[in-house]
Design a protein around this ligand. Sequence first.
Ligand code: FAD
Length: 274
Amino acid sequence: MAPSTASAATHTAQVVASRRCGPDAFVMELEVDRDLPDCRPGVFAMLSPADGSGPVLPRPFSLYDLLTPTRLSFLIQELGTGTRALGKMSAGAEIEMTFPLGNGFTLPAAERPVVLLAGGVGSAPFLHYARQRVAAGAGDRTCYFMGGRTKDRLYDHQAFLDCDITTQLSTDDGSYGFHGNVIASLDSQRLAGKIPADALYCACGPAGLLHGFADYSREHKLDAQISLETYMGCGFGVCNACPVPTQPDGPLGAWPWARTCQDGPVFPLTSIVF
Ligand SMILES: Cc1cc2nc3c(=O)[nH]c(=O)nc-3n(C[C@H](O)[C@H](O)[C@H](O)COP(=O)(O)OP(=O)(O)OC[C@H]3O[C@@H](n4cnc5c(N)ncnc54)[C@H](O)[C@@H]3O)c2cc1C
């Protein structure tokens, strides 16, 4: 599978569809005029409206789904100027897109169980992950924990339920699925003996969730990778706006900083100080 940044290119992509999937989020499908590389889940794109209606700097978004060799989608939560500008783009509008960027999650051999864990739009990298596991015949060894504050913030969850993997939904307010956060949901399944001991764990979501998951992983000695959503300016290693401290004895070595855009956004927990 292609390493991402090395094969990155800038495209003028056309919006083919944009649909709401919650009070503050949407799924946007884009079409480009050349084949995209087949890339790992967890890679991202820098996106901005081509008509200049967004901020000067493009914004980073994880690949949500690779629908055809020339069509891909993104799951986007509206937060500020950049995401609101993208939310206004409808079919026919053009988006500047640099893709694929970053390293992505590890996809282990099909025999190895994988646990995916997401909060809110942290689910974005995991639809492509789920599809790759199903294509590899590993859907029955893939368990996905998806959490939201409320039912309507389980963004586009039907897409995951339609995949041939095990999906556990949870809401903080108990309005749907397990009542509690996604780590409590995972813990209940682990305690019930439903998660094999040799599973690889992959997580993405807001910083609070990732910190909670990092503590949980260390306590239970899980083999875990997390995808960080650190602010970034360029997306390809030039502006140095997205440093993350590394563990001197971890796999990234002695240099005290890694760049989230180029060395990440996915990091083994053992590689960073988090
Ligand atoms: C590698 C990567 C992948 C990402 N993938 C997705 C994705 O698939 N879907 C998605 O919806 N979002 C994703 N994000 C986050 C997304 O890039 C930000 O939400 C977006 O840049 C906000 O831009 P804005 O102009 O709308 O907000 P701004 O106007 O820049 O900020 C609005 C508010 O949001 C806060 N904010 C902005 N960016 C972040 C951030 N990264 N973390 C925490 N708070 C922030 C600001 O502090 C401010 O309060 C990703 C981020 C990274 C680094």
